[in-house]
Design a protein around this ligand. Structure first.
Ligand SMILES: *Cc1c(COP(=O)(O)O)cnc(C)c1O
Length: 354
């Protein structure tokens, strides 16, 4: 078919499975195991449906101002989008407009190369070191922009603020995006660098630490000029990106700081317990500062364990990719869920030995 020659063809990103079984333990997409704050439920119940007739606020004012207040910024330094995937896609489209390749690690969030392809942005992968850490020197070659997830996925490893600053400082002529989807679980945010570097864009999300993946809320911090450019592109594609309930409920979630700190604290505690248990079973993993553990075992092939877990309705993430295919990315659930997982792995390994 001739028309097919004229189609923009892409290989899409493959999101984690969203199985819907009655009794399942879902540890495959790094969601929060706890519900949003009580005020979110209250606001949802009290929502005035007649307002759904009307378009939502195109400027997402409440949430933008709420985030600015929360993080001590001006509202002109904040951009809100429909999940950080939306924010990142807009940022790629806005800031990566060079013939030179953008740079990001060979092992990182696997959406980056998909956006680069769909927007026809050239890119070059920088190989992570043996210990899975970034080598900042790799980011000192000619480029059209840089993207770093910190902490990184699926490794869970955190880079120091010094490393991040070294990369931003070395690239004053391009935009450096720091994707902080997991920063709340023990990371160090690049936020304090915002005043110092015009070329820095920080992206965060409500999907992991704020228990609202289903509402699709993400945001970016940058200087006023960067945020204006980002809004210009957004308003050239779709003005009414975020629906009204997400705008209202997101703000309610943001207001309850104590609840947020409580659930994040619980997840970190459960993560540390799970690390100990998995280590005792002979698993190795980078020292995660996220809400997941990227674990492998010398004598248990990851794919086999993945399939055995699936049969038990325990879902984790397996990447059939070079350097990743002998590890499983296990999201941190509730204590009970992690105990069930550990117990199953124990009995599985015992049965295997026989
Ligand atoms: C989960 C994730 C995102 C996207 O999350 P949204 O649900 O779209 O906000 C972005 N970057 C990384 C590294 C992630 O793990």
């Amino acid at each position: 078919m001739k028309w097919e020659d004229n189609v923009r063809k892409v290989i899409p990103y493959v999101p984690g499975e969203q199985p819907n079984k009655e009794k399942m333990i879902k540890l495959n997409t790094n969601e929060c195991p706890y519900p949003p704050a009580p005020a979110v439920e209250k606001a949802l119940r009290e929502m005035d449906m007649s307002e759904f007739r009307l378009y939502p606020d195109p400027n997402i004012t409440g949430l933008t101002e709420g985030l600015a207040d929360y993080y001590g910024l001006k509202k002109e330094q904040v951009f809100v989008g429909v999940g950080s995937d939306d924010v990142l896609a807009m940022a790629f489209l806005t800031f990566f407009n060079s013939d030179k390749p953008i740079l990001f690690p060979d092992i990182t969030y696997s959406f980056y190369d998909v956006w680069a392809d769909v927007f026809k942005i050239p890119y070059k992968l920088c190989k992570l070191q043996e210990d899975w850490h970034i080598n900042p020197k790799d980011y000192k070659q000619e480029n059209g922009g840089v993207v770093i997830a910190n902490p990184n996925a699926p490794t869970g490893l955190l880079e120091s603020l010094e490393t991040i600053e070294e990369i931003i400082k070395a690239n004053p002529d391009v935009i450096v995006i720091v994707d902080e989807a997991y920063v709340d679980f023990g990371g160090v945010s690049a936020l304090p660098l915002l005043d110092k570097y015009e070329n820095l864009l920080i992206v965060q999300t409500f999907s992991k630490s704020r228990a609202m993946a289903g509402m699709r809320i993400g945001y970016a911090f940058g200087n006023e000029k960067l945020i204006k450019y980002l809004n210009d592109v957004k308003f050239s594609i779709n003005s009414y990106t975020m629906n009204k309930p997400s705008q209202v409920l997101g703000l309610e979630m943001l207001k309850d700081k104590a609840y947020f700190e409580e659930i994040v604290g619980k997840i970190v505690k459960t993560r540390e317990w799970t690390k100990k248990e998995l280590a005792a079973l002979g698993f190795t993993f980078p020292d995660s500062k996220t809400n997941f553990i990227f674990a492998s075992h010398e004598s248990v092939p990851a794919k086999e364990l993945f399939e055995a877990l699936q049969k038990e309705n325990i879902f984790v993430r397996y990447f059939n990719k070079e350097r990743l295919s002998n590890s499983l990315r296990i999201s941190i659930g509730t204590d009970e869920e992690m105990q069930t997982l550990v117990e199953f792995v124990k009995s599985y390994m015992e049965a295997r030995r026989k």
